[in-house]
Design a protein around this ligand. Sequence first.
Ligand SMILES: NC(=O)c1ccc[n+]([C@@H]2O[C@H](COP(=O)([O-])OP(=O)(O)OC[C@H]3O[C@@H](n4cnc5c(N)ncnc54)[C@H](OP(=O)(O)O)[C@@H]3O)[C@@H](O)[C@H]2O)c1
Length: 260
Amino acid sequence: MMKRYGPWALVTGASSGIGRGFALALAERGIAVVLVARRRALLDEVAAEIAARFRVSTRVIVLDLAAAGASASLAAAVADLEIGLLIANAGTGWIGRFDLQTLETHTSMIRLHCESTVELTARLMPAMKQRGRGGVIIVSSMGGLIPVPYYALYGGTKAFLLNWGEALAIEMQGSGVDVMVVAPGDTKTGFQEVAGEMSTRWSSVEDVVRQTLEGLGRRSLVVPGLENKLSLIAARFLPRSWLMRMVEKRQREQTPRERR
Ligand SMILES: NC(=O)c1ccc[n+]([C@@H]2O[C@H](COP(=O)([O-])OP(=O)(O)OC[C@H]3O[C@@H](n4cnc5c(N)ncnc54)[C@H](OP(=O)(O)O)[C@@H]3O)[C@@H](O)[C@H]2O)c1
Protein backbone atom coordinates (compact mmCIF):
# COMPACT_ATOMS: atom_id res chain seq x y z
CA MET A 1 0.00 0.00 0.00
CA MET A 2 2.70 2.44 1.08
CA LYS A 3 4.76 2.02 -2.11
CA ARG A 4 1.76 2.17 -4.39
CA TYR A 5 -0.38 4.83 -2.66
CA GLY A 6 1.92 6.64 -0.20
CA PRO A 7 3.53 8.51 1.31
CA TRP A 8 0.40 10.66 2.00
CA ALA A 9 -3.32 10.02 1.62
CA LEU A 10 -5.97 12.73 1.79
CA VAL A 11 -9.29 11.71 3.33
CA THR A 12 -12.25 14.07 3.24
CA GLY A 13 -14.87 13.58 5.93
CA ALA A 14 -12.24 12.08 8.25
CA SER A 15 -13.84 13.34 11.47
CA SER A 16 -16.43 10.55 11.66
CA GLY A 17 -17.76 7.25 10.31
CA ILE A 18 -16.34 5.76 7.13
CA GLY A 19 -13.78 8.54 6.57
CA ARG A 20 -12.41 8.12 10.08
CA GLY A 21 -12.25 4.36 9.39
CA PHE A 22 -10.25 4.95 6.20
CA ALA A 23 -7.85 7.30 7.99
CA LEU A 24 -7.13 4.74 10.74
CA ALA A 25 -6.77 1.85 8.27
CA LEU A 26 -4.33 3.77 6.08
CA ALA A 27 -2.29 4.90 9.07
CA GLU A 28 -2.13 1.28 10.20
CA ARG A 29 -0.54 0.51 6.81
CA GLY A 30 2.07 3.24 7.40
CA ILE A 31 0.55 5.93 5.19
CA ALA A 32 0.52 9.50 6.53
CA VAL A 33 -2.94 11.08 6.37
CA VAL A 34 -4.38 14.52 5.67
CA LEU A 35 -7.61 14.70 7.67
CA VAL A 36 -10.26 17.06 6.31
CA ALA A 37 -13.70 18.02 7.69
CA ARG A 38 -15.44 20.89 9.52
CA ARG A 39 -15.27 19.70 13.17
CA ARG A 40 -11.77 20.41 14.43
CA ALA A 41 -12.19 18.69 17.80
CA LEU A 42 -13.07 15.37 16.16
CA LEU A 43 -10.26 15.67 13.59
CA ASP A 44 -7.79 16.35 16.42
CA GLU A 45 -9.03 13.22 18.20
CA VAL A 46 -8.45 11.11 15.08
CA ALA A 47 -4.97 12.65 14.67
CA ALA A 48 -4.15 11.89 18.32
CA GLU A 49 -5.35 8.30 17.96
CA ILE A 50 -3.21 7.83 14.83
CA ALA A 51 -0.16 9.29 16.56
CA ALA A 52 -0.63 7.06 19.61
CA ARG A 53 -1.41 3.81 17.79
CA PHE A 54 0.55 3.99 14.52
CA ARG A 55 3.09 6.81 14.90
CA VAL A 56 2.56 8.16 11.40
CA SER A 57 2.17 11.85 10.51
CA THR A 58 -1.15 13.60 10.05
CA ARG A 59 -2.19 17.07 8.93
CA VAL A 60 -5.55 18.39 10.10
CA ILE A 61 -7.35 20.77 7.74
CA VAL A 62 -10.63 22.29 8.90
CA LEU A 63 -12.73 23.15 5.89
CA ASP A 64 -16.33 23.28 4.68
CA LEU A 65 -15.98 21.58 1.31
CA ALA A 66 -19.36 22.89 0.17
CA ALA A 67 -18.08 26.48 0.42
CA ALA A 68 -16.98 28.36 -2.67
CA GLY A 69 -13.26 27.95 -3.36
CA ALA A 70 -12.80 25.25 -0.68
CA SER A 71 -11.33 22.59 -2.95
CA ALA A 72 -8.82 25.04 -4.39
CA SER A 73 -7.78 26.08 -0.85
CA LEU A 74 -7.43 22.43 0.13
CA ALA A 75 -5.23 21.63 -2.86
CA ALA A 76 -3.06 24.66 -1.99
CA ALA A 77 -2.82 23.53 1.65
CA VAL A 78 -1.34 20.17 0.61
CA ALA A 79 0.79 21.37 -2.31
CA ASP A 80 3.97 20.57 -0.32
CA LEU A 81 2.92 16.92 0.23
CA GLU A 82 3.14 13.94 -2.11
CA ILE A 83 -0.47 12.79 -2.08
CA GLY A 84 -0.64 9.24 -3.45
CA LEU A 85 -4.25 8.51 -2.53
CA LEU A 86 -7.34 10.68 -2.51
CA ILE A 87 -10.42 9.39 -0.71
CA ALA A 88 -13.34 11.64 -1.61
CA ASN A 89 -15.67 10.56 1.16
CA ALA A 90 -17.22 13.65 2.79
CA GLY A 91 -20.95 13.55 2.43
CA THR A 92 -24.26 14.22 4.02
CA GLY A 93 -27.91 13.35 3.56
CA TRP A 94 -31.39 14.47 4.45
CA ILE A 95 -34.18 11.94 4.18
CA GLY A 96 -37.50 13.38 3.06
CA ARG A 97 -39.35 14.99 0.18
CA PHE A 98 -37.30 17.28 -2.06
CA ASP A 99 -39.84 20.10 -1.81
CA LEU A 100 -39.50 20.24 1.98
CA GLN A 101 -35.83 21.27 1.82
CA THR A 102 -34.32 24.65 1.00
CA LEU A 103 -32.59 25.50 -2.26
CA GLU A 104 -29.41 26.24 -0.31
CA THR A 105 -29.42 22.70 1.16
CA HIS A 106 -29.83 21.23 -2.31
CA THR A 107 -27.04 23.24 -3.92
CA SER A 108 -24.75 22.66 -0.95
CA MET A 109 -25.15 18.87 -1.34
CA ILE A 110 -24.37 19.09 -5.05
CA ARG A 111 -21.26 21.19 -4.30
CA LEU A 112 -20.08 18.78 -1.57
CA HIS A 113 -20.73 15.47 -3.32
CA CYS A 114 -20.21 16.32 -6.98
CA GLU A 115 -18.26 19.56 -7.46
CA SER A 116 -15.76 19.06 -4.68
CA THR A 117 -15.07 15.42 -5.64
CA VAL A 118 -14.52 16.34 -9.28
CA GLU A 119 -12.39 19.36 -8.43
CA LEU A 120 -10.18 17.56 -5.91
CA THR A 121 -9.66 14.71 -8.37
CA ALA A 122 -8.82 17.14 -11.17
CA ARG A 123 -6.37 19.00 -8.94
CA LEU A 124 -4.62 16.02 -7.27
CA MET A 125 -4.63 13.34 -9.99
CA PRO A 126 -2.20 14.98 -12.47
CA ALA A 127 0.76 14.65 -10.06
CA MET A 128 -0.13 10.98 -9.44
CA LYS A 129 -0.27 10.43 -13.19
CA GLN A 130 3.12 12.11 -13.61
CA ARG A 131 4.59 9.80 -10.96
CA GLY A 132 2.89 6.79 -12.60
CA ARG A 133 1.30 5.66 -9.34
CA GLY A 134 -1.57 6.59 -7.08
CA GLY A 135 -5.24 6.08 -6.41
CA VAL A 136 -8.59 7.83 -6.13
CA ILE A 137 -11.44 6.31 -4.13
CA ILE A 138 -14.84 7.89 -4.70
CA VAL A 139 -17.46 7.17 -2.04
CA SER A 140 -20.84 6.78 -3.72
CA SER A 141 -23.71 4.75 -2.24
CA MET A 142 -26.14 1.92 -2.95
CA GLY A 143 -28.52 4.88 -3.27
CA GLY A 144 -26.73 5.73 -6.53
CA LEU A 145 -27.78 2.50 -8.23
CA ILE A 146 -31.43 3.32 -8.84
CA PRO A 147 -33.73 6.30 -8.12
CA VAL A 148 -34.47 6.55 -4.40
CA PRO A 149 -37.66 8.39 -3.37
CA TYR A 150 -37.20 10.51 -0.21
CA TYR A 151 -33.48 10.61 -1.02
CA ALA A 152 -34.06 11.93 -4.53
CA LEU A 153 -31.22 14.45 -4.66
CA TYR A 154 -28.88 12.45 -2.44
CA GLY A 155 -29.34 9.42 -4.72
CA GLY A 156 -28.95 11.63 -7.79
CA THR A 157 -25.58 12.98 -6.61
CA LYS A 158 -24.42 9.47 -5.73
CA ALA A 159 -25.51 8.18 -9.17
CA PHE A 160 -23.40 10.96 -10.69
CA LEU A 161 -20.37 9.83 -8.64
CA LEU A 162 -20.95 6.18 -9.54
CA ASN A 163 -21.19 6.78 -13.28
CA TRP A 164 -18.47 9.38 -13.48
CA GLY A 165 -16.11 7.38 -11.25
CA GLU A 166 -16.50 4.08 -13.07
CA ALA A 167 -15.99 5.78 -16.43
CA LEU A 168 -12.91 7.59 -15.07
CA ALA A 169 -11.54 4.25 -13.82
CA ILE A 170 -11.59 2.94 -17.39
CA GLU A 171 -10.07 6.10 -18.82
CA MET A 172 -7.19 5.93 -16.33
CA GLN A 173 -6.34 2.26 -16.95
CA GLY A 174 -2.66 1.90 -17.78
CA SER A 175 -1.76 5.29 -16.27
CA GLY A 176 -0.72 3.86 -12.90
CA VAL A 177 -3.58 5.69 -11.18
CA ASP A 178 -6.24 3.33 -9.84
CA VAL A 179 -9.68 4.91 -9.69
CA MET A 180 -12.38 3.09 -7.77
CA VAL A 181 -15.93 3.74 -6.65
CA VAL A 182 -17.30 2.26 -3.45
CA ALA A 183 -21.05 2.00 -2.96
CA PRO A 184 -21.77 1.21 0.69
CA GLY A 185 -25.21 0.25 1.90
CA ASP A 186 -26.51 1.20 5.34
CA THR A 187 -23.47 1.55 7.57
CA LYS A 188 -23.60 2.56 11.22
CA THR A 189 -22.04 6.06 11.36
CA GLY A 190 -23.07 9.62 12.16
CA PHE A 191 -24.89 9.73 8.81
CA GLN A 192 -28.27 8.43 10.03
CA GLU A 193 -28.55 11.06 12.76
CA VAL A 194 -27.69 13.90 10.36
CA ALA A 195 -30.05 12.53 7.70
CA GLY A 196 -32.87 11.72 10.12
CA GLU A 197 -33.06 8.18 8.77
CA MET A 198 -34.58 5.25 10.69
CA SER A 199 -32.56 2.24 9.38
CA THR A 200 -32.27 -0.95 11.36
CA ARG A 201 -29.78 -3.12 9.45
CA TRP A 202 -26.13 -2.16 9.20
CA SER A 203 -22.72 -2.96 7.79
CA SER A 204 -19.80 -2.01 10.00
CA VAL A 205 -17.37 0.75 9.06
CA GLU A 206 -14.49 -1.74 9.42
CA ASP A 207 -16.03 -4.12 6.82
CA VAL A 208 -16.69 -1.28 4.37
CA VAL A 209 -13.13 0.04 4.71
CA ARG A 210 -11.47 -3.40 4.52
CA GLN A 211 -13.41 -4.51 1.43
CA THR A 212 -12.76 -1.17 -0.28
CA LEU A 213 -9.02 -1.25 0.30
CA GLU A 214 -8.88 -4.91 -0.79
CA GLY A 215 -10.53 -3.91 -4.08
CA LEU A 216 -8.25 -0.96 -4.80
CA GLY A 217 -6.22 -1.62 -7.96
CA ARG A 218 -8.34 -4.69 -8.75
CA ARG A 219 -11.85 -3.40 -9.34
CA SER A 220 -13.51 -0.20 -10.49
CA LEU A 221 -16.57 -0.72 -8.24
CA VAL A 222 -16.78 -2.25 -4.79
CA VAL A 223 -20.12 -2.99 -3.15
CA PRO A 224 -19.35 -4.08 0.41
CA GLY A 225 -21.49 -6.83 2.01
CA LEU A 226 -23.36 -9.85 0.63
CA GLU A 227 -26.82 -8.31 0.94
CA ASN A 228 -25.70 -5.22 -0.97
CA LYS A 229 -24.07 -7.36 -3.67
CA LEU A 230 -27.42 -9.16 -4.15
CA SER A 231 -29.14 -5.77 -4.37
CA LEU A 232 -26.66 -4.75 -7.06
CA ILE A 233 -27.58 -7.84 -9.10
CA ALA A 234 -31.29 -7.07 -8.55
CA ALA A 235 -30.76 -3.45 -9.62
CA ARG A 236 -29.18 -4.62 -12.87
CA PHE A 237 -31.61 -7.40 -13.77
CA LEU A 238 -35.06 -6.72 -12.29
CA PRO A 239 -37.54 -4.46 -14.11
CA ARG A 240 -37.13 -0.87 -12.93
CA SER A 241 -40.84 -0.49 -12.07
CA TRP A 242 -40.63 -3.42 -9.57
CA LEU A 243 -37.48 -2.07 -8.05
CA MET A 244 -38.93 1.39 -7.65
CA ARG A 245 -41.95 -0.03 -5.81
CA MET A 246 -39.72 -2.03 -3.45
CA VAL A 247 -37.41 0.92 -2.83
CA GLU A 248 -40.29 3.29 -2.23
CA LYS A 249 -41.79 0.91 0.36
CA ARG A 250 -38.48 0.57 2.19
CA GLN A 251 -37.81 4.30 2.05
CA ARG A 252 -41.25 5.16 3.43
CA GLU A 253 -40.53 2.92 6.41
CA GLN A 254 -37.26 4.77 7.04
CA THR A 255 -38.63 8.29 6.55
CA PRO A 256 -40.20 10.13 9.50
CA ARG A 257 -43.93 10.71 8.85
CA GLU A 258 -43.67 14.52 8.75
CA ARG A 259 -41.10 14.34 5.94
CA ARG A 260 -43.12 12.11 3.57
N1 LIG B 1 -23.50 5.51 6.49
C1 LIG B 1 -24.15 5.03 5.46
O1 LIG B 1 -25.13 4.27 5.62
C2 LIG B 1 -23.68 5.36 4.08
C3 LIG B 1 -24.18 4.59 3.01
C4 LIG B 1 -23.76 4.89 1.72
C5 LIG B 1 -22.86 5.90 1.50
N2 LIG B 1 -22.40 6.65 2.55
C6 LIG B 1 -21.47 7.75 2.27
O2 LIG B 1 -20.31 7.60 3.06
C7 LIG B 1 -19.71 8.88 3.21
C8 LIG B 1 -19.31 9.07 4.66
O3 LIG B 1 -20.47 9.15 5.44
P1 LIG B 1 -20.60 8.44 6.86
O4 LIG B 1 -21.60 7.39 6.75
O5 LIG B 1 -19.27 8.11 7.39
O6 LIG B 1 -21.29 9.62 7.70
P2 LIG B 1 -20.73 10.56 8.86
O7 LIG B 1 -20.27 9.74 10.01
O8 LIG B 1 -21.79 11.58 9.10
O9 LIG B 1 -19.47 11.25 8.20
C9 LIG B 1 -19.59 12.24 7.21
C10 LIG B 1 -18.26 12.98 7.11
O10 LIG B 1 -18.36 13.99 6.10
C11 LIG B 1 -17.94 15.24 6.66
N3 LIG B 1 -18.63 16.35 6.04
C12 LIG B 1 -19.98 16.52 5.92
N4 LIG B 1 -20.24 17.71 5.34
C13 LIG B 1 -19.04 18.29 5.09
C14 LIG B 1 -18.64 19.53 4.52
N5 LIG B 1 -19.54 20.42 4.08
N6 LIG B 1 -17.32 19.81 4.41
C15 LIG B 1 -16.39 18.93 4.88
N7 LIG B 1 -16.70 17.73 5.43
C16 LIG B 1 -18.01 17.43 5.53
C17 LIG B 1 -18.29 15.11 8.16
O11 LIG B 1 -17.45 15.93 8.95
P3 LIG B 1 -17.87 17.33 9.63
O12 LIG B 1 -19.31 17.22 10.03
O13 LIG B 1 -16.90 17.42 10.77
O14 LIG B 1 -17.63 18.34 8.57
C18 LIG B 1 -17.92 13.66 8.43
O15 LIG B 1 -16.54 13.53 8.66
C19 LIG B 1 -20.72 9.91 2.68
O16 LIG B 1 -20.34 10.33 1.40
C20 LIG B 1 -22.00 9.11 2.61
O17 LIG B 1 -22.87 9.62 1.63
C21 LIG B 1 -22.79 6.39 3.83
